[in-house]
Design a protein around this ligand. Sequence first.
Ligand code: SF4
Ligand code: SF4
Length: 422
Amino acid sequence: MSCVHCGFCLDACPTYRLTGDESDSPRGRLALMRGVHEEKLSLSGPDANAPGGVGYHLDRCLGCRSCETACPSGVPYGELLEHFRDDQEAHTQRKVGDSLLRKSLLMLLTSPQKLRFALSAGRITGGRIPAPAAAFVGLPSDTRLPIPQDLAAASASMPIFTPALGTKRGAVVLLTGCVMSVLYSPVHAATVFVLAQNGFDVHCPGEQGCCGALHGHQGALADAKVKAKGLIDQIDGLDVSAIILNSAGCGSFIKEFHKLLAHEDRWADRATAFVSKVRDISEFLDEVGPIPMTHPVAVRATYHDACHLRHGQRIADAPRRLLKAIPSLNLIECADPDQCCGSAGVYNYLEPEIAASVLSAKLDTLLATQAELIVTANPGCLAWIDQGIAKRAKQGKLSPGTKAPVILHPVQIYAKAYGFPS
Ligand code: SF4
Ligand code: SF4
């Protein structure tokens, strides 16, 4: 109701930029959601998921929340989308392959054990999904699983407790999540190192599991609530002043646990107290004041704002401030750093054509900076941009004489600047 149809959000929207179709814009999608709410449009008819249908255009939304940042009326688009998708999954009839793909992705990505097994098995085909299976669920034939070169190193577990170095400033807990703990353990290791260097004891309880973010974003709010409660139960007893995250998508979702559980008597207050301690690692370091980073990192770098850090958590300056404080690091801004890369949770599997076009625009802007290093704070962005660059390099589409840039999480650069041996 607070949308005044001004259109300020249109140019911020990656799908509207791509198609120019009002139904692929935030304003158009809000009108479609409202049509369903007022029972003028249906989610369950045979045409709902066909081009022009409500489901079709809402499925094409990345959930990047760029429109929220642009909106002068404060329309809470992300929250509306979450509730809409929950309703949509309850009423819509999806094709068997589409439904199977959605369920399989949620099952695999939110269970570290299953994901580890799938990635180990995937090494047999070099990460390629067998063509008949890909065709059945509607994936392009060149879809690959993001298999790390060294899966054991990528999945290494963290010590349950790491003491502060030097003068102790406090104690924190690191949430390791599901995808991060399987694909990006070196990011966790860097986070623990940076926190300890800065005088914080770091607790890292084993097998923490999923926070429910992917469920929440995919229209499974009941499952998301179960995951949220499980995480609160596991962490609540620890005597810590902050709950640290290094995955932007999870951080954005966890910071809204109080809204998710607002109507549950036994949980609302606990969720509010929990949320008050949650910080992204860059936000936390910037807030407490980092000890000086004295090791030079001589590199030309550029920064991609992960949507759920910039638009979900409104954190843009802290990582830039920290990167600029590193001796010898030359930070070059790319064009449109806050535009989505197309990963968007599992979107790149569900809407591969749009995701590939959005990625292509993102790669153009990143590579135009001629940076040797791309920095971004979300596992989906790390994997998707990395795949895109590898593909361009393989196709000989990088500028002549240019080396493919390395892509890392910002905390890995802070760790280098503190002398982390990697
Ligand atoms: S969330 Fe992103 S893709 Fe969806 S309408 Fe808003 S800006 Fe567009
Ligand atoms: S910017 Fe906000 S108020 Fe304006 S059209 Fe977009 S959602 Fe509506």
